[in-house]
Design a protein around this ligand. Structure first.
Ligand code: AN7
Length: 350
């Protein structure tokens, strides 16, 4: 059957009515890639859900397509969000597709270059502020309360509805839930959405069990782990540089109900995993996404992820979003004369 996008495919599971406009960039339907080399090394079946292959290069498209379709159904012609980058790229693309206005507020200097390029080329009204994500979100909430403009951050319940469809795809691919699900946590919308998805599939007898969910925050930006607001969150993983998560309570509920937890990973370990994923599996994901692999390795080492089990790590965003992180973390390329002998020496001596 030809794939017609997430809303069509999962209409029965989504808050869709006859009045919901059909909107799609053919989001979802992303590959679940087995990490063949890492699985062999650790004796664990490790799979990656490569959400970086969505139309704007991140998982945000799943929720955004539903949020924008519902906004239009409800008569809105202008959406707004605060963003660490990926939400703004996605909002801008779907607004362009649907022919409505989009305004995005981003923390100045703290979003990856590719994401900024996307928001601009899709024609959003991009406002960079001297402040972090949390401060930008406060303003967006106030504006959406006062004026006729629809907020599409993950406070908007349609976002999580769309995002839960990734769980359906994982179960459909594996034949059941994995033993463990590992993913990054920023605003904790995604972890909440995945849990909803697995529970809904369990209720509909599409799977027989639920995964243990392990969420990971960056050490310099881990409000849920330390149970305090971070007023100055810092991490190389700018996507999850969030100090006061919207879905904080839900993240704790998911951890408790699934017998998992939310733990912190240092930037050093994130960068290690970022390189390892590309080098050993040929998969390029942005730093925030690679916290999933860093977390998997930590849980294997601690014996919490057992040998012989099945693990799914969520790679939330494409590595191409953030070329600076790659270039800054690998040795510099020096240019030399275009000379066969010199090049030969380098190639065979490396
Ligand atoms: C690649 O774009 O919050 O825990 O404004 O871009 O659901 O917030 C991005 C979050 C993980 C965290 N990985 O997901 C934004 C934004 C990537 C991300 C997360 C984000 P949530």
């Amino acid at each position: 059957m030809i794939y017609k996008g997430l809303i069509k495919k999962y209409a029965a599971y989504l808050p869709i009515t006859k009045a919901t406009p059909s909107l799609t960039l053919l989001e979802g339907n992303t590959p679940l890639i087995k990490a063949i080399n890492l699985s062999k090394k650790y004796g664990v079946s490790i799979y990656f859900k490569y959400e970086g292959l969505n139309p704007t290069g991140s998982f945000k498209d799943r929720g955004m397509v539903v949020a924008v379709a519902k906004a239009i159904e409800e008569g809105s012609n202008h959406i707004i969000c605060a963003s660490t980058g990926n939400t703004s790229a996605s909002a801008a693309a779907y607004a362009a597709r649907a022919n409505i206005k989009c305004s995005v507020i981003i923390p100045s200097g703290k979003i990856a270059y590719g994401k900024l390029a996307q928001a601009l080329i899709y024609g959003a009204n991009v406002i960079a502020v001297d402040g972090n994500f949390d401060e930008a979100l406060d303003i967006v909430k106030t504006l959406a309360d006062k004026y006729p403009i629809t907020l599409v951050n993950s406070i908007n319940p349609y976002r999580l509805q769309g995002q839960k469809t990734s769980s359906f795809e994982i179960v459909d691919d594996l034949g059941d839930s994995p033993d463990y699900l590992c993913l990054p946590v920023g605003n904790a919308g995604n972890i909440t959405a995945y849990w909803m998805g697995f529970n809904e599939y369990l209720y509909k007898h599409k799977c027989t069990s639920l995964p243990t969910v392990y969420g990971f925050q960056a050490k310099g930006s881990c409000p849920i782990v330390e149970n305090r607001i971070f007023t100055h969150p810092e991490t190389i993983a700018t996507a999850i540089r969030i100090g006061n998560p919207v879905n904080w309570d839900n993240a704790n509920k998911v951890a408790k109900q699934s017998k998992g937890d939310i733990t912190a990973i240092t930037d050093e370990k994130i960068v290690e995993a970022y390189k390892l994923l590309a080098l050993t599996e040929g998969i390029f994901a942005e730093p925030a996404s690679c916290i999933s692999l860093a977390g998997i390795l930590q849980k294997i080492q601690l014996g919490e992820i057992k040998k012989g089990s099945t693990v799914v790590g969520i790679l939330t965003g494409n590595g191409l979003k953030d070329p600076d992180s790659a270039i800054n973390n690998i040795k510099k390329v020096e240019s030399i004369a275009c000379d066969e002998k010199k090049i030969k020496e380098i190639i065979f001596n490396e």
